[in-house]
Ligand binder design. Structure first.
Ligand code: AMP
Length: 421
């Protein structure tokens, strides 16, 4: 039969790697919890209009990367390409702002973008998203960014650069946009076809373009920091001071624009130098106005998204840091021993001990070989003769030493070794 394989750009997360994912998720819950950020779980499928309106019609994501289809009820639906729009939709739909205008939420899950797959870029990828809604005060920017950096450092990830910028607001960004258009008008011939189109629709996107000639064209372009208004400048200065206060190192990158339209004022990215060409491990920014844009009240917000795959690829430590090995391997000899071991395993696992055995019916020697391969530090050998005496043999696999243990003493003995319940 012909094999059916997975879809290009979609990957399996196998045991060995999945332990790393669990480790990261636990750390996220722990650190975010300390900041009062609570988990929200949202659907993967949303109405297409949510992303069109939320992300922006002229962004790459909406223009060419979404998995959009018409379902059997003739409705246009889209697999979410990012989480912020969905979180805000839920925030509005459930009237969060009525109980408390300040809401801090996180969500972890898959996103879908039909980009060209390569190392660090997939069509189904995962993000850890945090959104903090309700404050305009720059202290929330400082809190969110420093929490992100704390999280990354608690995972042991080093060699990171935090880059920040201000993208201005509804008052000053249009002025900058005009300046950019004026600047690029003379250089249209060096822009790629996409960017020529962007010049009409969304000129700031040119800053993001990966085509070399476009990169050269914007090298001398005006930067937004030179034209932001007094309010935005003040906000940006305060954010920088707050990061300094917490000794969070950062670099101002005046050319960073970010790929999604909704960002206002503070924008930031975390660059991982070991990542290769797709080197952004996290990105985010302030999106005052988005809640209103999606039909809610005028509530400001700021958030970030961490790329889970890229994060996991940067985790230090070899397999042993994350792998889960059985603590105890149970080998048996004879039918009576098998029955006894079956019950024993059930009771051991009830105490939380990771215990493994072999049902293949192979020789004791073969079972012990598997016990060795399993990496379990101890093996329990249940033999017919010992069992008749009311005992089993406990073998220390590392030391190669073994001792007879009375079944009545077994629980106490294992408790001593493994600190189980
Ligand atoms: P964005 O939502 O575009 O701001 O992306 C936030 C983070 O998600 C990026 O910094 C990446 O780490 C990650 N990311 C974005 N797109 C992909 C992708 N196609 N494959 C893997 N990770 C991605």
């Amino acid at each position: 039969m012909e094999r059916i394989t997975s879809i290009r750009g979609f990957r399996d997360i196998l045991p060995g790697e999945s332990e790393k994912w669990q480790f990261v998720e636990e750390k996220a819950r722990e650190i975010f919890g300390a900041y009062g950020v609570r988990e929200i779980r949202i659907p993967i499928l949303e109405k297409t209009d949510l992303f069109r309106r939320g992300i922006g019609e002229t962004t790459d994501v909406v223009e060419k990367e979404m998995y959009t289809f018409v379902d059997r009820g003739e409705e246009s639906l889209t697999l979410r390409p990012e989480a912020t729009a969905s979180v805000i939709r839920a925030y509005i739909e459930h009237n969060f702002f009525e109980t408390d205008p300040v809401t801090k939420l996180f969500t972890i899950g898959p996103m879908f973008r039909r980009e060209r797959p390569q190392k660090g870029r997939y069509r189904q990828f995962h993000q850890i998203n945090v959104e903090m809604l309700g404050y305009e005060d720059p202290r929330i920017d400082g809190e969110l960014i420093s929490m992100l950096m704390l999280f990354l450092s608690e995972l042991g990830i080093e060699d990171l650069d935090l880059e920040i910028n201000s993208l201005g607001c509804a008052d000053c960004r249009p002025v900058f946009r005009e300046e950019v258009v004026r600047f690029l008008d003379h250089r249209e011939e060096s822009l790629c076809p996409d960017c020529r189109r962007r010049l009409q629709t969304n000129p700031l996107r040119v800053f993001d373009c990966k085509v070399e000639t476009c990169g050269e064209a914007v090298r001398e372009a005006p930067v937004i920091l030179d034209s932001i208004c007094a309010g935005c400048r003040d906000h940006f200065e305060k954010v920088k001071n707050l990061l300094d206060t917490l000794a969070v190192p950062f670099r101002v990158n005046p050319r960073m624009v970010r790929g999604l339209d909704y960002y206002k004022r503070t924008a930031f990215e975390v660059i991982g130098h070991s990542l290769g060409s797709q080197n952004a491990v996290a990105g985010g920014g302030r999106y005052d106005g988005l809640v209103q844009e999606l039909g809610g009240p005028d509530i400001p917000g700021i958030g970030f998204a961490i790329g889970f795959e890229r994060l996991v690829s940067m985790l230090p430590g070899d397999e042993t840091r994350f792998s889960s090995k059985p603590s105890l391997y149970v080998a048996t000899l004879g039918t009576a021993a098998e029955t006894f071991a079956f019950r024993l395993l059930h009771n051991l696992r009830k105490t939380g001990l990771q215990a493994e055995t072999d049902y293949s019916g192979k020789s004791l020697k073969a079972q012990m070989k598997r016990a060795g391969r399993s990496g379990a530090p101890y093996a329990l050998i249940v033999g017919e003769n010992e069992l008749a005496e009311g005992a089993v043999v406990l073998r220390d696999m590392g030391a190669g030493a073994q001792e007879k243990v009375a079944i009545s003493e077994l629980h106490a003995k294992l408790k001593e070794i493994f600190h189980v319940r």
